[in-house]
Design a protein around this ligand. Sequence first.
Ligand code: UDP
Length: 361
Amino acid sequence: MKIVLVAGARPNFVKLSPLFYALRRFGENPLVIHTGQHYDYELSQAFFEDFDLPEPDFYFGVGSDTNLKQISKMLSRAEDVLKGIKPDVVVVFGDVNSTLALAVASKHLRITLAHVEAGLRSRDWSMPEEINRITTDALSDILFSPSYDATENLLEEGKPPESIFTVGNIMIDSLIKVRPKAEAAEFWKELGLNRGGYLLATLHRPVNVDDERRLRRIISVLNELHRRYPVVLPLHPRTKKNMDRWGIKADFIAIKPLRYVHFLSLMLGSALVITDSGGVQEETTFLGIPCITLRPNTERPITVKMGTNELVKSPEDLFEAVERRFGRFKKTEIPLWDGRTALRISKVLLSLSERGNFSSL
Ligand code: UDP
C-alpha cells in the first residue's frame, strides 16, 4: 500500500511518529511529506531526532507567511508531489495549515484521505484551527477520532458511521514512549528548580500573543506569579517576536522552545501548567497534572470534564486560579488513551486496503 503521512508543524511530528513506526512494523513503507510550516530547529528537526525519524521524503520549505499564502504555496507543491507519488491514501494530522492544504489537494486529485484527530470542535470560527479541522473532516474519507465525544460530533454532523473509527489519542502514544527518557532527564534540575515546585507555561495562539494589550497583561501576571512560584516559559518564536517588537519584558524563566523529551520532563516535574496549546491540555490530563487554559473555549472538552483542565478567559483571573489549583493532581482515565492508537489506525488502514475498499469509500 502506498501511504503518505503529512506533517508541517510541531504538534504534527508528535502525532506522525507513532503511526510511521506502527506501519513499518506491519511491513509498510510510508512516505513522509514535511511542508516546512515550522522550520526552526527547535520546532522541527529536534522532533525528528527525539522520535528517531528519518529525513522526510519530500520537503516543501514553505516557511512563515500569512495563513492563506502558506496554504496556497503548499497546495501548488502538493499537486506536483502527489501526482508523482500516486498514493493509495494520504494521512493528515490535527488542525494546522498543512493539514488543510494536503486535505484539499488529495481530495481534488481523488486520493483517499484519512484524518487523524477528527471530530474536535471549539465552535469558534475565529480560530484558524477550527476552519482547518472542520474543512478537513468534511473532505476526509476515513475519520480517526481520538475520543467518544469527538465521534459524537462527527455523527451529529451527519458523517457516515462506517467512515468513523474511534481509535484514541495518538499523542499519548508518543508520551508513553518517551516518558521513561523524560523522567530520567530531570530537566528541571538544569533550571535550578525542584520537582513539584514550579509552573510551566506555553503561549502561542494568535488570540493571546498577537494583541499587544492582551500579551502585556498576560506577561505581567506571569511576572507577578513568578514572585510566588517559579514560572518557566519556553517561548514560541511567534510570542518572542511580538514581545521583542513591543518591548515586553519577562522576569520569569523565559527559554527557547524545548525539544519534546525536555518539555515532557518539565511537565512531569511541574505543579501546574498554564497553556493555550491543544496538545498540552491533553498531555496534562493524561498525566493528571492541573492545567489552566488561557482561552475562552476548547476543542478538547474532555480535558475539562476530567477535572484536570480549567478554562480561564481573562489574565486577571489567572492568579486566583493558580492559587486554587497549584499541585492538585488528579488521577484520570480516558478510554483508548493507552499508547496503542497508532496500532489501531494501522490495522484499519491495512484492512481497508486488503478489502480493496479505498476506491469505494
Ligand atoms: N511541546 C514541546 N516543546 C515545547 C512546547 C510544546 O515539545 O517547548 C510539545 C507539547 O508537549 C505537545 C506539542 O508540542 O506535544 C504541542 O504543540 P503546540 O502547542 O505547538 O500545538 P497545539 O497542540 O496547540 O496544536
